[in-house]
Design a protein around this ligand. Structure first.
Ligand code: SIN
Length: 265
């Protein structure tokens, strides 16, 4: 890895383009410290023109925590011999995009939950297939004091199968709705409509209106940035304080990215 870099924020609240850092090879401590510092500040980091083999992607992500091994499921494609790296793949005839259709953070249905995810673009549509990110810290700061106080008292149940289904037998966890960043002390909303089924101690029906409100609130354009993919691009994000939404608007084209996720330690 080399170190002589620039950092260009994408929006005031979320996202930065980091130039001058090569991610392949063995990570050196200065580079990792730079990445951590900027991830804490910007939550989503974009690195262009990278070339990482799947095992290099895995080794990079390993520096952020224990690697997540996704259980087998429809739409989950493992890279051969490297099961911690998934291929997020949509073929021209596929309708569904893995992770599409709903704002979410990765692996909130586990404890320890998802921390850093890294996506490395392989095949990108000529147009479309962007990923939008939002800062749940900016979203928390945009709430009234009364709502902030209410949320601090709540926990939520996150289940892999999502709302409307029984809790998943193994992939289900309860988390506080407000998290405090261990380095910046900022608070963020820890909830997403893909996996959060209800507030702990409430029914799904009682919980739904507030979950719906928070989902709409967290994806207000003011709190978001939109990342356009390029071949070779790497995007890294902090799942504890951001949500993302891959846009399924490229029917008839291929899109393939490699993803690896570290859990909280
Ligand atoms: C994901 O939801 O983790 C995948 C995001 C993407 O394909 O852009």
């Amino acid at each position: 890895m080399s170190l002589s870099h620039t950092v260009k924020p994408i929006t005031p609240h979320v996202g930065a383009l980091i130039q001058g850092i090569r991610l392949s090879g063995s990570p050196n401590p200065d580079i990792l410290a730079t990445i951590r510092k900027n991830l804490n500040r910007h939550l989503v980091l974009v690195f262009r023109d990278q070339q990482l083999e799947p095992n290099e992607l895995r080794e990079l992500v390993r520096h952020f925590g224990p690697l997540f091994h996704h259980h087998a499921d429809e739409g989950v494609h493992y890279v051969p011999d490297i099961p911690e790296v998934l291929e997020i793949r949509k073929e021209p005839n596929d309708e569904r995009l893995f992770g599409g259709g709903c704002w979410h953070a990765d692996v909130t249905f586990r404890k320890p939950a998802g921390y850093v995810s890294v996506l490395h673009a392989q095949i990108i549509p000529t147009l479309g297939g962007d990923t939008v990110f939002s800062s749940t810290i900016a979203a928390f700061n945009g709430l009234s004091g009364g709502m902030q106080s209410l949320l601090r008292k709540l926990d939520a149940v996150h289940s892999y199968d999502g709302p409307g289904k029984p809790d998943h037998k193994t992939q289900c966890a309860t988390h506080p709705v407000v998290r405090q960043h261990p380095c910046t002390n900022s608070e963020g909303i820890y909830l997403n409509k893909m996996f959060a089924t209800r507030f702990d101690g409430m029914t799904a029906e009682e919980s739904r209106p507030l979950i719906e409100f928070l989902d709409r609130h967290m994806c207000r354009p003011e709190y978001t940035c939109r990342v356009r993919w390029r071949g070779g691009q790497v995007v890294m994000w902090d799942n504890r304080f951001s949500l993302h939404y891959p846009i399924n608007d490229f029917q008839g084209q291929r899109r393939s990215l490699l993803r690896c996720t570290a859990l909280e330690a």
